[in-house]
Design a protein around this ligand. Sequence first.
Ligand code: IPE
Ligand code: IPE
Ligand code: MG
Length: 273
Amino acid sequence: MLRQVFSRLFSGAGRYAERPAGRRVDNTVKDTDSLKAEVGRGKLPLHVAIIMDGNGRWAQRQRLPRLSGHAAGGKKAEEIVKFAQDIGIKHMTLYVFSTENWRRPKDEVKGLMSLLVDMFERRLEDLVDYGARIRVIGRKDRLPQHVLRAIIKVEERTQANAKIFVNLAIDYGGRDEISRAAQELAKKAVLGEILPEAIREEHVSSHLDTAGVPDPDLVIRTGGEMRISNFLIWQSAYAELVVSPVLWPDFSGRDLLLAISEYQRRDRRFGSV
Ligand code: IPE
Ligand code: IPE
Ligand code: MG
């Protein structure tokens, strides 16, 4: 009996074989329109979050400076938000700059900040017209003044929009965000506004930068690396993860559809059976 159990476990048969991570289908043969129609018939994730990785490698492969990769990545972000809105995604969170990215060479950081300001200022009216509501999550106390000003402007100018809600994670880190929430809760406890023993998950959630935003259903990382790099660590507790090998500047609407299609084939159990 015991031998049977072990041999089933180690041969990969039994429970694991009956429950693959997702149904395997060959999407590579489908054209984009039929993939779009198919994804449209399924249940869409309400919130898609993306770790937009691979700008540096993309540039390196073309013998361009890393900043050219970031510029291409910025354009790609706009394109993908539009595509996502078009297929009916309501919330998106894009990882733009992490709390750890300050460790990069000074010139790269400076270049990235300038690209951001440039994008916000140049494309502001388009974004307003487009109906995207932009919100920035992350620390706002370490950003250069000109970046902060551009952020405030884009947040204000798009605040009446509701076609798609876009959170841009800038100087964002999940651990930093949770620490700041803990500070806020501790302050309230000291003031007697909340009892420490009354603190629940909901209180933590509502003190995060993403308060009011539904948790991501799907987290996509481009560039092939299988790690979360401090992104939405609280909120993605039950998100489905899809890693795409495609470098971010090459990521297409079709690649987004492929990721959503994979998501739709997953069996989300949330700890149940
Ligand atoms: C992601 O691309 C963009 C940022 C982190 C700002 P990378 O710059 O990390 O690209 P790779 O990983 O080096 O290719
Ligand atoms: C994650 O990419 C951060 C962003 C995409 C903004 P990184 O390139 O910084 O992540 P690591 O260093 O490979 O984990
Ligand atoms: Mg990277």
